[in-house]
Design a protein around this ligand. Structure first.
Ligand SMILES: Cc1ncc(COP(=O)(O)O)c(C=O)c1O
Length: 390
């Protein structure tokens, strides 16, 4: 039942029916203390579940010391966190933001400023069908999806959209103006669609050959969600730029744009900034999240759990005609149904399994990375019972 009450919040998220007052691990609780299995994770955000004790401890410790100082001052934790991020990735430099879309904006600026610095005459950026990069103008221009940009035009010039996973069409679209390519290695909002590893390897090759910067959007699929710290590792290649957010803060608003030294040559004093980005509170949480997630034992467990979940979902796909396809990677999995995904999603929620619909008639399952086999089994039994009902 929808709770109808006067709201002073802009209704951009529509009518809401559920409210939670507490979260612990993989569960959310309402005011009646009824618990919901949270496989939405705040849309792939709560990588370590709700109120992870180590994060609560770090946040409390920092909150008693210092919340915010400007980036005009030295922030030790920021340096420490950036160093660890670089050690654990392809990157040489990090710019901290507060969200995914800001990290995308920073990446777009890196691409354009690189080519401006080298006077290459290139400025066009290629993106792909089904992509979602956020809600700022740069991000909207990159994804060229009317669903998100209708009424907000004109968008920025110099963006081209190509069919996802299509090497021929991409090769044909690249010209001497092509400055960068932006891609989600696993599309989230677009319907949990992984890029072919062959396609990703091709991107790296063509970008090297034509002096194009390769920009990965790992806002949703990064930070352990794929079973490796970053999804690009599966293709055994490295991007030049990468946007991250969501799982990086496990619920604390935080994002980052990572870059090679070569790509961010023009990101010098005054070229970019953020009042809040990289503040001590955010850094204390982010650093702790990275220390936990980047541990090989932790990532191996995520990989094992995701393979188990995948197998169980594939068994359901064989059994139920209503499932068109189970897809995704790691703990970012999607079920495409023949019947309405919205109805499917709502019925799962009624049985207290939280999930998020995505495009292409899919529902998304993105449990916290600390999920247990028992909770996966529980979700499977709920999904089975809803599939029987539909
Ligand atoms: C792949 C991807 N990029 C960018 C964004 C934008 O992130 P934010 O909502 O934090 O601005 C999202 C958000 O869902 C996303 O999934």
């Amino acid at each position: 039942m929808n709770i109808k009450r006067k709201s002073f919040v802009m209704p951009t998220y529509g009518v809401k029916s559920l409210e939670f007052v507490k979260g612990r691990g993989c569960y959310l609780y309402n005011s009646k203390n009824e618990k919901y299995l949270d496989f939405s994770s705040g849309i792939a955000v709560n990588s370590l579940g709700h109120c992870h004790p180590r994060l609560v401890k770090e946040l409390n410790k920092q909150a008693k010391m210092l919340w915010h100082v400007s980036n005009l001052y030295i922030i030790k934790k920021q340096e420490e966190f950036a160093k660890l991020l670089c050690e654990k990735s392809f990157a040489d430099k990090v710019f901290f933001t507060n969200s995914g879309t800001e990290s995308i904006e920073c990446g777009i600026k890196i691409i354009r400023s690189f080519h401006s610095h080298h006077k290459t005459g290139k400025s066009e950026i290629i993106s792909f069908d089904g992509a979602f990069h956020g809600r700022t103008f740069g991000a909207l221009s990159a994804q060229k999806n009317k669903k998100y940009s209708n009424g907000f035009g004109p968008l920025l010039k110099g963006f081209k959209k190509i069919e996802f996973n299509n090497i021929e069409k991409l090769s044909a679209a690249i010209n001497k103006k092509t400055a960068g390519i932006i891609i989600e290695p696993i599309q989230g909002e677009g319907g949990i669609r992984p890029a072919d590893l062959k396609f990703l390897k091709f991107l790296r090759k063509i970008c090297n050959k034509k002096n194009i910067l390769l920009f990965f959007d790992e806002v949703q699929c990064g930070f352990g969600r794929s079973g490796k710290l970053f999804s690009y590792e599966w293709a055994d290649i490295k991007p030049d730029i990468m946007a991250v957010a969501k799982g990086i803060g496990s619920g604390f608003p935080l994002g980052a744009c990572l870059s090679s030294n070569k790509a961010c040559v023009s990101m010098t004093k005054g070229s970019h900034g953020s009042t809040y980005g990289g503040n001590p509170l955010a850094m204390s949480v982010g650093l702790e999240v990275l220390k936990i997630i980047s541990d090989n034992k932790f990532l191996n467990k995520v990989d094992k759990l995701s393979r188990y979940f995948w197998k169980k979902l594939k068994e359901l796909e064989e059994k139920f005609d209503n499932i068109d396809e189970v897809r995704g990677a790691g703990l970012l999995l999607g079920i495409k149904t023949h019947s309405s995904n919205i109805e499917f999603s709502e019925k799962l929620k009624k049985q207290k399994l939280l999930n998020v619909p995505a495009a292409d008639n899919t529902i998304r399952l993105a449990p916290p990375l600390i999920v247990s086999y028992k909770d996966i089994d529980k979700s499977i039994s709920i999904i089975k019972s809803v599939l029987k009902e539909i």
